[in-house]
Design a protein around this ligand. Structure first.
Ligand SMILES: Nc1ncnc2c1ncn2[C@@H]1O[C@H](COP(=O)(O)OP(=O)(O)OP(=O)(O)O)[C@@H](O)[C@H]1O
Ligand SMILES: [Mg+2]
Length: 246
């Protein structure tokens, strides 16, 4: 996936709001890339553009060299809030994207649920699950369509620290198994460096890519390892240049 000189503005009552100002980067196939940046800088906007939920003011987005096209590309989305269908069971939620695309595969759904630690909960409804389990279902549902690109917007932001930590480990394990290309937006610097191959640090709005950091540490990683702590510090220092009170 490649983004070239992306610009986005919104026209509001107050006038023209510049949100993205010349954002360029690439996410290679099978790579895990995170975006961190000050609140309101345009991270969700970027993800929405890449996901085709909104269109850029100018610039180019390509997946495998082609403009995003639902008939060519499969995208998976995982958002912060509950995005599960409350009237569908866990199994039916995970199967949803496959149904829409006419994909067979009860077996694949079962395997994914197993991988995500949801075995035994197939027939539960979302309201019967904890927050962490709901996000597991959301991840399984996104992976179920065998996406070319997985877009994740603060998927763990509403979870307590312990649940978040377990999901980090699980997501790392699953990503290593399935090797999907992931673009992951987060506020959490620790999470970004722990999970990613590379971290893109954005400026304040209008956002540009301020710095790209390569993590380059083997997995499984230790959050408290000297290498990760050093990187965290580096990212926080870059963010402080943007938002001094951080
Ligand atoms: N549809 C819209 N119309 C007008 N302004 C918008 C629209 N969508 C987003 N914005 C504005 O664009 C800016 C960036 O919003 P965005 O949600 O992308 O930020 P963000 O980096 O994801 O923030 P956060 O870290 O708080 O999630 C904000 O000022 C927001 O008000
Ligand atoms: Mg956001």
């Amino acid at each position: 996936m490649k983004v070239e000189d992306l610009h986005k503005h919104f026209l509001t009552r107050e006038g023209r709001l510049e949100v993205l100002k010349g954002v360029s980067f690439e996410v290679r196939e099978g790579e895990f890339v995170s975006v961190v940046g000050p609140s309101g800088c345009g991270k969700t906007t970027l993800l929405r553009l890449v996901g085709g939920l909104d269109s850029p003011s100018s610039g180019r987005i390509t997946i495998d060299g082609k403009s995003p096209d639902p008939s060519l590309h499969r995208l998976g989305f995982v958002f912060q809030e509950d995005s599960l269908f409350p009237w569908r069971t866990v199994w039916e939620n995970v199967r949803f994207g496959r149904e829409v695309r006419g994909m067979e595969g009860e077996r694949e759904v079962g395997e994914l649920l197993e991988r995500m630690g949801l075995r035994g909960f197939e027939r539960c409804y979302p309201h019967q699950l904890s927050g962490g389990m709901k996000q597991r279902v959301a991840i399984a549902r996104a992976l179920a369509v065998d996406p070319d690109l997985l877009l994740m917007d603060e998927p763990f932001a509403n979870l307590d620290a312990q649940t978040r930590w377990i999901l980090h480990q699980d997501l790392t394990r699953i990503w290593e198994e399935v090797r999907k290309t992931i673009l992951f937006v987060t506020h959490n610097v620790e999470e970004a460096v722990y999970l990613s191959d590379r971290v893109l640090v954005f400026t304040v709005r209008p956002a540009r890519v301020k710095r790209v950091l390569r993590v380059g540490l083997p997995r499984p990683r230790d959050k408290l390892s000297a290498g990760l702590v050093k990187l965290r510090k580096e990212v926080v220092e870059l963010l402080r240049e943007e938002v001094p009170y951080l």
